[in-house]
Design a protein around this ligand. Structure first.
Ligand SMILES: Nc1ncnc2c1ncn2[C@@H]1O[C@H](COP(=O)(O)OP(=O)(O)OP(=O)(O)O)[C@@H](O)[C@H]1O
Ligand SMILES: [Mg+2]
Length: 471
């Protein structure tokens, strides 16, 4: 809410001055005093007629003279003197008026200075917010200019977008613009006037879960600022439908890259390591840099999105919760089969280590090219963790279970290292799992410098010596 501008100082001063003048101009009583209020004062002798000026008795006068002569306050002596010399009284009144006026002026000036200071501080905060929004969405600025309604919170803002423009940008939510389908509905590609593109997720239905996830995601996304967290463009609510508009991630999700029609062929070993590192950076931001820390609760390959350069960003914060702000009873057990940590599934125990477990599963998907849960020949479900664990720790077997798309394209030492990290992340006992910061530090040396790590690729590396290597 914007604060009202402070009234100009001259106006305040002149009003105060006029007020004082009015006080001075009030008629004086017959004895030269200002007429007293009609009510009897405590000094009034009992039974004195109301409204009559009070006569000072000799005793009273004597009493005041006595005090003037040295005992108590000294003020009564002045009063007696004033009573005797009318010009002194006028001077005293003038002095009192002037000093009161000066006092009022000082108080008003201080008040005015305070109001000005507060206003300039607000302006500074506003401009800082706007600056960060503009920096994060620089590509969308021309498009956002056409949507001028902001829903703001202390830490961020989201643009409320017009339904008709979303409808136009998605070809009336046509099938041809569908990017993917999730639990709550479709995600559409939107092309706005001027060539700006975005992804629009429709939260269909009016179920409580749908509304809650929409609010939760919007609330969190407008506060996050990180290169590995998907950016929020805006939102829209129209006739029971809710929409969130995100930056468009041209290469879709890691899930669609690994398990879709291309079967991971676009993802070299180094790109996979970069995706793992980017994801760890996004998670580290949530766990270590947010206050309170945020637990994503639904980390999986379909919630890791890839831009045109295969920079990975974490998406879908509908289920995310603040760490510590939950107990067994107050949140619903949620997540996706194959990614949920055993202690959360069995005991409802939720910590940042649950996200580390899910990260370990994603790492296994990247290494092995397999889905987190697969059907066996006997049409039973088998988790990637139970299937891979014995082979991950056996160096002779490990190279044989690697995704054929990247087999023999990496330094074996690096493969053992990454497999060891994955094994630690999926430990059944949460305290044996590393913190995401430790995971991140172990991945940095495996990612080439040009992809955001610290690895210098030598000419002898398998990636540079092998023909047709996807590295
Ligand atoms: N910002 C985006 N840019 C490009 N494609 C996106 C974007 N957001 C989502 N998608 C695509 O839409 C698909 C559906 O996403 P959505 O988040 O609705 O569901 P999900 O994550 O696949 O599954 P679930 O709803 O069970 O979590 C994603 O897998 C992805 O391929
Ligand atoms: Mg998703």
């Amino acid at each position: 809410m914007r604060s009202m501008p402070p009234p100009p100082l001259p106006l305040l001063c002149s009003s105060a001055f006029v007020f004082l003048l009015l006080l001075l101009c009030r008629p004086l009583g017959a004895n030269g005093r200002r007429s007293t209020p009609p009510a009897a004062s405590p000094a009034s002798p009992p039974g004195a007629p109301v409204g009559q000026p009070v006569q000072l008795t000799a005793a009273a006068v004597n009493g005041t003279v006595a005090s003037a002569n040295g005992a108590a306050t000294g003020i009564p002596a002045v009063v007696i003197e004033v009573e005797r010399q009318p010009h002194l009284r006028r001077v005293l009144i003038a002095a009192i008026v002037l000093s009161s006026f000066a006092g009022v002026m000082i108080v008003l000036a201080a008040l005015y200075a305070f109001l000005l200071w507060r206003r300039s501080r607000h302006a500074l905060v506003d401009s800082k917010d706007t600056q960060s929004i503009d920096t994060a969405r620089i590509a969308f600025v021309p498009m956002l200019n056409s949507f001028n309604s902001y829903k703001t919170t202390k830490k961020g803002a989201a643009t409320m977008m017009d339904y008709t423009s979303l409808e136009a940008a998605t070809g009336k939510f046509s099938e041809s613009s569908v990017l993917g389908v999730g639990g709550f509905g479709c995600v559409y590609k939107a092309s706005f006037d001027g060539g700006f593109t975005a992804a629009v997720k429709r939260f269909g239905g009016e179920t409580h879960d749908c509304e809650k996830e929409f609010e939760n995601e919007l609330d969190l996304l407008r506060r996050f600022r990180h290169p590995n967290i998907v950016s929020l463009v805006g939102f829209c609510i129209h006739e029971g439908n809710r929409f969130i508009v995100y930056e468009l991630m041209e290469n879709g999700s890691l899930d669609s890259q690994l398990h879709g029609s291309s079967h991971g062929s676009a993802l070299s070993w180094h790109i996979r390591m970069k995706i793992a590192l980017d994801t760890a950076r996004g998670l580290e931001y949530l766990h270590e840099h947010c206050n309170p820390p945020i637990i994503h609760r639904d980390l999986k390959s379909s919630n890791i999105l890839l831009d045109s350069d295969f920079n990975a960003k974490i998406s879908d914060f509908g289920l995310a919760v603040a760490s510590g702000n939950h107990s067994k009873g107050n949140i619903k057990l949620s997540g996706t089969m194959g990614y949920v940590a055993p202690e959360y599934l069995l005991d409802g125990k939720l910590t940042e280590k649950s996200d580390v477990y899910a990260f370990g599963v994603v790492l296994l998907e990247l290494l092995l090219g397999r889905k987190p849960v697969e059907k066996t020949a006997q049409s039973q479900c088998q988790s990637i963790v139970t299937w891979a664990m014995p082979q991950l720790t056996d160096r002779s077997k490990l190279p044989n279970i690697i995704d054929p798309m990247i087999k023999n394209t990496m330094d074996l030492k690096h493969l053992y290292q990454v497999a060891a990290v994955a094994v630690l992340c999926v430990q059944p006992e949460p305290s044996y799992r590393p913190l995401i910061t430790d995971v991140l530090h172990s991945l940095v040396p495996l990612v080439p410098m040009e992809l955001g790590g610290t690895l210098r690729i030598s000419p002898e590396s398998p990636c540079t010596t092998q023909k047709h290597s996807p590295c």
